[in-house]
Design a protein around this ligand. Structure first.
Ligand code: UT7
Length: 329
């Protein structure tokens, strides 16, 4: 049966590294608090004139090269982001133009930090149905531009970066199952209050810092602990697999305590869980593809491995996918 598989991965992290110690200079925080409560040590910030599409283009070009296809072979580009260059047009269209994907449709997908896993689920459906052969999914974020430096509970958590994957048809392995979930009743625990049609940007919204990311950490934490493990187990069941079959879990990189609780539910040892949030912080929709690209680059994911991707985020949303890994071209 025709399935979709990842044939190329790319990632891009801006050069500028900000350590917890650097943050101590201007935020009422400490390296000790951030490390202990989150696991984060450093994060990358893009330069002032760099956008989500700039980072996305770099990740996309690497993914195309690894897949061995050209931009004009792409049928579709899906970009997951909560920090688009503009409300519209879609960042996916800006990337489509810049990489020269002249035969591709393009749209943005908004599912918070679950966006990339949502994206590969949509991409797989297009491929499994036979409608498309070459689909690119990009997660790209410049979260540094929407951080409220007066809110120490959120500004220390996030970083910038992009990851991308090319998906193509396969007759063997690939994405076996995925599962998407949402609970909009929790939307007001993680959101950007102003700038949309509910509260158009005004002097007042800017004065009130409502154009920045707002989060209530504790309910989001509890939601994440509840969903990350259960979503992983659910997708394994859908694929007819058991938790003992998992070779690598690539979770959304938000907090080591959240990741550990998911790993515990799957009874996974540390070497079967990929963690890089110590280096990059939470890069929202970019976190899973960056982690996946890095794990593959390090040789930690090999042909035939069972890999689970799982994420949670604004919406609130959650998403999981399980794949039988095919070595990249
Ligand atoms: O990708 C989706 C996005 N969401 C997330 O990644 C976040 C999910 N939530 C979390 O990871 C955790 O809730 C946080 C890391 C955000 C917070 O951890 P917590 O253990 O829930 O801490 P808390 O919010 O309950 O705060 C504990 C204390 C408070 O002080 P008091 O009231 O106990 O005196 C805070 O004021 O820590 C204080 N605090 C800080 N102290 C130093 C909060 N932020 C900081 C900080 N530095 N940056």
């Amino acid at each position: 049966m025709r399935k979709a598989t990842i044939t190329g991965l790319g990632k891009y992290l801006p050069e500028k590294e900000i350590t917890n110690k650097d943050l101590e200079e201007f935020v009422d925080t400490s390296d000790e608090w951030i490390t202990k409560r989150t696991g984060i040590k450093t994060r990358r910030f893009a330069a002032d004139d760099v956008t989500a599409s700039d980072l996305g283009v770099k990740a996309a070009e690497e993914a195309l090269e690894k897949a061995g296809i050209k931009a004009d072979d792409l049928d579709l580009i899906i970009t997951a982001t909560i920090t688009p260059d503009m409300m519209f047009p879609a960042t996916a269209c800006l990337i489509q133009d810049r990489i020269g994907a002249s035969n591709a449709g393009a749209f943005d997908l908004e599912a918070g930090c679950s966006g990339f896993v949502y994206g590969i689920t949509v991409a797989s459906s297009f491929i499994e149905s036979g409608l498309y052969d070459n689909v690119m999914v990009i997660g790209t974020e410049v979260l540094s531009k929407i951080l409220n430096w007066e809110d120490r509970g959120t500004c220390v958590l996030f970083g910038d970066g992009a990851g991308a994957a090319v998906l193509q048809p396969t007759e063997k392995g690939g994405i076996l199952a995925s599962d998407l979930g949402s609970d909009g009743s929790g939307g007001d625990t993680l959101y950007q209050p102003a700038g949309g049609s509910l509260k158009p940007a005004s002097h007042e919204t800017v004065d009130n810092n409502e154009h920045y990311l707002y989060m209530e950490g504790t309910p989001v934490f509890k939601f994440a602990v509840k969903t990350m493990g259960s979503a992983s187990l659910k997708v394994l069941k859908k694929a007819g697999l058991d938790k003992s079959d998992v070779d690598m879990l690539v979770p959304h990189q938000a907090n080591t305590r959240i990741i550990s609780s998911a790993a515990k539910k799957l009874k996974l040892s540390e070497d079967k869980v990929y963690v890089n949030l110590d280096k990059y912080g939470n890069t929202s929709a970019a976190s899973v593809p960056i982690a996946l690209a890095e794990a593959e680059e390090k040789g930690l994911i090999n042909n035939g491995d069972t890999v689970v991707l799982v994420a949670f985020g604004a919406g609130l949303t959650w998403a999981s996918a399980v794949m039988k890994w095919n070595d990249l071209k």
